[in-house]
Design a protein around this ligand. Structure first.
Ligand SMILES: [Zn+2]
Length: 249
């Protein structure tokens, strides 16, 4: 099934934004569930996100098999994405990244918690997945479905899971939301480190987190997306609130 050009462009834009905002560097990746084939997802070939073009995007089965690789190499850790889509029908976009802000929380056991409304999507509890618990001494990369499914189980019905000594996964209902949540997850981590040096932190309460999520609208994502497009040198395309592309908002 042919994928709309604008959807491919949107995925390229997501890659460029994540790179421009410092969430991914040479590594890390973002995917979207295939809009016409729910058990497929779309993601770039193995390439630094800052360099990705439309022709790099490939479709994958949930098991991580590229449909039409045509010689293009896949990310070694692509399995992360399919394992989440497999058990989370509500998830339509996934980011796996190694942003510098989140790493300290994954290796110390210090809970990462939201302290500003913009990072509320992480919820009241951010679990940490440790590959060593079930898989022993590995290179820490998620290179098969067994590891990816174990990670997806740790994520559960949440939006974020940290990965010990590695990075994190962020899952959301749309591409613009998952980019938004990835950027503000990293900012929250930086701010929590700074605040911790000053004293005791007052985090958002469970009720405040819910209130933020209940009132967050597409306009929030659009405000950020337009600015990030500008910074990444990509055209900004306001998404319709209804219709086949609405779930991208
Ligand atoms: Zn990784």
């Amino acid at each position: 099934m042919r994928v709309a050009q604008e959807l491919l462009e949107e995925l390229v834009t997501a890659n460029r934004i994540l790179a421009r905002e410092g969430i991914v560097d040479s590594f890390g990746h973002v995917s979207i569930r295939h809009p016409g084939i729910p058990d497929h997802y779309l993601m770039s070939r193995a390439r630094a996100p800052e360099c990705i073009e439309v022709d790099d995007v490939m479709a994958f089965t949930l098991d991580g098999v590229a449909i039409d690789a045509a010689g293009r190499k896949s990310y070694a850790e692509r399995f992360i994405h399919g394992a989440i889509y497999e058990v989370r029908p509500d998830v339509h976009a996934v980011v796996h990244h190694h942003s510098h802000g989140v790493i300290p929380f994954g290796i110390t056991g210090t809970p990462l918690r939201p302290l500003i409304p913009l990072s509320a999507a992480m919820g009241t509890e951010v679990p940490t997945w440790d590959s060593r618990t079930r898989f022993g001494d590995t290179n820490l990369l998620v290179t098969n479905m067994a590891m990816a499914r174990d990670l997806a189980a740790t994520l559960g019905n949440r939006s974020v899971a940290l990965m010990r000594g590695h990075g994190c996964v962020v899952a959301s209902g749309s591409l613009r939301a998952v980019v938004f949540d990835s950027v503000y997850l990293n900012l929250n981590a930086d701010l929590q480190m700074q605040a911790h040096a000053l004293g005791e932190i007052t985090f958002l309460s469970r009720g405040e987190i819910q209130a933020v999520l209940d009132t967050r609208g597409a306009f929030t994502y659009e405000r950020a997306w337009e600015r990030w497009c500008r910074r990444a040198g990509r055209p900004y395309d306001l998404r319709p609130m209804e219709g086949p592309l609405a779930d991208l908002v």
